[in-house]
Write a protein that binds this ligand. Structure first.
Ligand code: GLA
Length: 386
C-alpha cells in the first residue's frame, strides 16, 4: 500500500484532524559480512527501496494505538503501565520494546495512534523487524521532539530486540535500516560503529534477491546458539590472546592460535568469522576498483563458509545458490541475513536477469517443491519522516 492510500485508511480508522505525519523505514540486504556483526567484524549491507510505511498522530493522553494493514491484530497500550512482552501482542512487541527503551533513557513519551503497512516479506531475512523498530524510533522521536540522532535510535532499536524480544542480534540490521543511503552500501565496523558509504558501481549488473520462501523456522534459537559457540571460541582464545572479539584476529594470527579452541564446532565458527571479515575488506576494495568478478567470487566463498563452517544455510538456500551459479551471467551468489531459510543475494549481468529469474525459479521449484520469489533490488535511503 502506498503512503497516500495509507493516509486515507488512517483517517478511516482514527478520524481526520491536524498534524497527521508520514514515515518510511526500509528493509535491508547484506552484500557480504554475515554472522560477524556480533563478533566485532565489518559488514557491508544496504537499505532497500521498499520497507515499512507509517502514518501517525500524537494523542493528548498516554495511550498508544497500534494497527496495521498487514494483519488484523490491533493493540492498545497505556504508557502509565509498565510495558511488558505479551505473546498475543505479536508484532507490536517490537514497537513496545523501542518505546520502553526511549522511556528508559528518561524521555517523556506520550500517546499516539499509528497505522503501519509493510511490504517486506516477513521472515525472509530482509529485516522486517529491524525496519519496524527503527520506524518506531523515528516516529516517537519526531512526534515528541526527543532530539535523538539516528545512530542512537539504531542502538536502542537493537537493545529493544535483545532485551524485550529476546533475540540476541547484532547491530547490522538496525544500522542499515537507519543509516542507508540511496545507491550506496555501508561499510560498517561493528566494533567501533565507524562507517563509510561506498557507491554501488556494479557496471550495469543487477542485485537480485531470491526469496526461498522457506520461513526461518528455528532461526532465533539457532541464532543464539551460534552466538554462544562464538563466545566459547573467544573465551578459549583469550587464554593467550589479548582480544575482545573474534574479528580482532587476522587469518595468520588465527591459524597460529586456533589450537586453543577446544571444541571442533566452535573452531569452525571462529574460522568463518575471521575469514569472513577479511573477505568483506577485500570485497569493498574490489568494488572500489571496479573488479566485480572478484567481488562475486568473495560472495561465493562467503556462502560456502556459511554452509560448511557456520552451518546456517540448509537445503533451500544451498539449492537456490547452486542453481544461481549455473546461470551464465551470474557473477556471485550467496545467502543473506541470518540464514536457515530466507533470501539469497546474487549479482547478475543485466542481460542475464530474465534468464536468471526463469531458470533459477524453475529449477529451484522442481528440486524443493517451493515457489520462490525474485526482486531486482533497488538500494534506497534510510528511515525517515516523509
Ligand atoms: C540477523 C541479525 C544480524 C546479523 C545477521 C547475520 O540478520 O539480526 O544482527 O547477525 O543475522 O549476519
Amino acid at each position: 500500500m502506498d503512503i497516500k492510500a495509507l493516509r486515507q485508511e488512517f483517517i478511516k480508522l482514527y478520524g481526520d484532524g491536524d498534524d497527521i505525519r508520514e514515515y518510511l523505514s526500509p528493509g535491508r540486504v547484506n552484500l557480504i559480512g554475515e554472522h560477524i556483526d556480533y563478533n566485532g567484524g565489518c559488514v557491508f549491507p544496504c537499505a532497500l527501496s521498499f520497507g515499512t510505511f507509517a502514518v501517525a498522530r500524537k494523542r493528548e493522553d498516554r495511550i498508544v494505538k497500534f494497527a496495521t494493514t498487514n494483519f488484523d491484530l490491533k493493540v492498545e497500550v497505556n504508557l502509565e503501565e509498565a510495558l511488558v512482552y505479551v505473546e498475543e501482542h505479536d508484532w507490536t512487541n517490537y514497537p513496545k520494546g523501542v518505546i520502553k527503551e526511549l522511556m528508559g533513557k528518561g524521555h517523556e513519551v506520550g500517546g499516539y495512534e499509528v497505522l503501519i503497512s509493510g511490504n517486506i516479506p516477513n521472515g525472509a531475512g530482509l529485516s522486517s523487524s529491524a525496519s519496524l523498530e527503527v520506524l518506531t524510533g523515528v516516529i516517537v522521536n519526531d512526534l515528541y521532539n526527543l532530539g535523538e540522532d539516528m545512530v542512537e535510535l539504531v542502538k536502542l532499536s537493537q537493545k529493544a530486540e535483545n532485551l524485550f524480544v529476546g533475540v540476541n542480534c547484532g547491530i547490522m540490521d538496525q544500522f542499515a535500516v537507519g543509516m542507508g543511503k540511496e545507491d550506496h552500501a555501508i561499510l560498517l565496523n561493528c566494533d567501533t560503529l565507524q562507517y563509510a558509504y561506498a557507491p554501488l558501481k556494479l557496471q550495469g549488473a543487477k542485485l537480485i534477491i531470491g526469496n526461498t520462501n522457506k520461513r526461518r523456522g528455528l532461526a532465533d534459537s539457532k541464532y543464539n546458539e551460534r552466538r554462544s559457540e562464538c563466545e566459547a571460541a573467544l573465551a578459549d582464545l583469550q587464554i593467550e590472546c589479548d582480544i575482545n572479539a573474534l574479528c580482532d584476529l587476522n587469518m595468520d594470527e588465527f591459524e597460529a592460535k586456533k589450537h586453543l579452541i577446544t571444541s571442533n564446532i566452535a573452531r569452525n565458527r571462529a574460522e568463518h568469522a575471521v575469514a569472513e571479515n577479511a573477505r568483506v575488506l577485500e570485497a569493498v576494495d574490489k568494488l572500489k576498483d571496479g573488479d566485480i568478478a572478484r567481488f562475486g567470487e568473495l560472495m561465493n566463498a562467503s556462502h560456502d563458509s556459511l554452509k560448511d563452517l557456520y552451518e546456517v544455510t540448509g537445503v533451500e538456500l544451498d539449492t537456490m545458490v547452486e542453481e544461481a551459479r549455473k546461470v551464465a551471467g551470474t557473477i556471485g551468489s550467496r545467502m543473506t541475513g541470518a540464514g536457515f531459510g530466507g533470501c539469497t543475494i546474487s549479482i547478475v549481468k543485466e542481460d542475464a536477469v530474465d534468464t536468471f529469474i526463469e531458470e533459477v525459479g524453475k529449477n529451484y521449484e522442481a528440486r524443493t517443491g517451493l515457489k520462490p520469489a525474485f526482486y531486482v533490488a533497488e538500494v534506497g535511503q534510510g528511515a525517515r519522516v516523509l
